[in-house]
Design a protein. Sequence first.
Length: 221
Amino acid sequence: MQLFLDSASLKDVREGMGLGLVDGVTTNPSLIAKERDASRPADARRHYRERLKEICALCPGPISAETVGTTATEMMREAEEYAAIAENIVVKVVLTAEGLRAVRECAARGIRTNVTLCFSATQALLAARAGADYVSPFVGRVDDVSGDGMALIRDIATIFENYNFATHILVASVRHPRHVLEAALIGADVATAPLAILKQLLAHPLTDKGVAAFLKDWEGA
Ligand code: G3P
């Protein structure tokens, strides 16, 4: 299972890569908006493109860049722009009829896609049929409205297995390590999470306690 960092922060990308926890990065308009500061270009599009270039230089894995257009034509214009930034760019489009049109067009032009804002297994089925490379079901947001995010992942995994779809399941909107654990037990291809959650996967208080005890005993040996 691959782990992606869900962030547009260069500091997070550097730290996550340094810890060996990051195979790829997912970004979106909300994450990039958090990164704007006075020293950055006022033009939001230019700022996003520059940030994507910096992230691509830090991480050789797949880097998701989200389109904000609402029509397939607008999405394709952005897709071409993002794809020209680096070879590891994956273009993110929303799961709408226009988004799926753009996915088909990207597939025909050899541009990889990640279909985002997926909340049902039938939506995931349509994304796979359109030729998406990744589909991103938002488990945390499903749980937020009293749904069962992991049941959604199980259903998508069954459908993809039934029909041998090559589309990867990218579990998104991850809120805690248990989401990652359950996604791994189901066999999801990727989980994307903020750095704090990726670091939680590594840490255990009993490991820290055990290390301290070993060192203390070693010093007294
Ligand atoms: O990868 C999607 C993610 O950024 C959304 O997370 O926590 O806003 O639902 P959240």
